[in-house]
Write a protein that binds this ligand. Sequence first.
Ligand code: BES
Ligand code: ZN
Ligand code: ZN
Length: 518
Amino acid sequence: MFYARKIFSGSLSRNSCRSFCLTRISCSNTKGLILGVFEKAQEDDVLQFTEAGEAFDKSLSGKLRELLSYGPAMKKGKTRVFCGLHQDFPNIAVVGLGKKSSGVCSLELLDEGKENIRTAVSVGCRQLQSLEIPSVEVDPCGDPQSAAEGAVLGLFEYDELKEKKKTAVTVQPFRSTENEAWQKGVMYAEGQNLARRLMETPANLMTPTIFADKIQQKLSSLSGKVQVHIRAKSWIEEQKMGAFLSVAKGSDEAPIFLEIHYNGSNNSNEDPLIFVGKGITFDSGGISLKPSSGMDAMRADMGGAATVCSAILTAAALHIPLNIKGLAPLCENMPNGKANKPGDVVKAKNGKTIQVDNTDAEGRLILADALCYAHTFNPKVIVNAATLTGAMDVALGSAATGVFTNSDWLWTHLQQASIVTGDRVWRMPLFQHYTKQVAESQLADLNNVGKHAKSGGACTAAAFLKEFVTVPHWAHLDIAGVMSNKDEIAHLGKGMSGRPTRTLVELADRLSQDKQIM
Ligand code: BES
Ligand code: ZN
Ligand code: ZN
């Protein structure tokens, strides 16, 4: 008879598995298995495994079910680890998936079934990682893409700069024939992890030049379908991007305008989807200097650039049949002797003049020129992402990205995409009410802050960007509120979130299938 015993529930402590193991099977720490189990609808119901779990338990003559019955009910997101129960898998983490009936909730605007799988698998993976198990097989839980996303997102760790690193864990699906869906999940999550890594990296190690080089290097394996142009200051000057240059000149670090062209459509002449991302590699506020507390987080003020570039990389790796261009104005916002001063007037690429009353509202200045440039490609759709305003965080927190759009069609696609990915969006207004507040300026055509600066800051910022848009399908995503994660999103650890990379990829995928407009 084999012995196995629960070693602990739920906690992520670094207890050694071996020390707790009462077993005759050699309990080497090499291989782990994650199995999902649904919540009982009623107390007296029988425990419900997933399909893979059920088959596995049968091969153990019901031993796992028996052991689980001795402990408390398996709640959503909780884990229990069993050691020494199976020859091939010395360590088995059973994870709670919540109710089997979970699906799309119209109030939460979320597919709760998928989100529960991401959470459960990520918790299980982290648990086995804490036991220093380097190889883990994962129950696909009936949705291999979500399971893979949970595993890869859950195991992400930014420890490049530390001597002591967490155990590197490889994951693969357990007895699954749906490898394509698993692989898609891995790629979606790796895309988001790339954005997280770019955002987390300290600003001294992620300058505009380094950012552009990293993206070029990442795209080099896809060189057939992807071209990268790293535009230097002289090019930016030729383009007459006066608003972008006015921000960049406040720093000793050279600006870059990064341009990615992915030709995925069968028709290489097809008008593109354009992603534009704010790429402030550090936002000190400039002369309107930010308070020092928390300023370190402004290394992630290139989150727009990071998420759109990562999304295009992922779309290209998945061969999404669409032409996509990515544009990222990259610079620092710093207060040197040449920096913008409050009251300065600068001229954007389209000739509009802007009074810079607050140098900390720099994102809209660099995006104004990038949006003008985007129009030169005759795009069908423009989507920009930017950590644009603290006011966005005040409005929605990290629950959802705020979306300001002039297109109901684009909004529907974005919302549907976000319900599936779980990385949600919420529509915000683009009223003339806000336009009036930025269009009234003492010295110029526009002011970079609203007349009533303290109210509706996310909306006046969006209204400002709208002044540089003429296409009928445009969306501005203010991602300031979702930039970082404490503990709100269970499958993401603490740190920069890389949100909403997966929603952008899913959007591109859905647009590629909508032949009416695309
Ligand atoms: N990068 C910030 C916005 C931000 C704040 C992003 C918090 C992520 C977390 C942006 O450049 C900024 O400073 N905006 C100002 C605008 C204001 C001066 C009108 C802000 O939100 O305070
Ligand atoms: Zn700022
Ligand atoms: Zn900023």
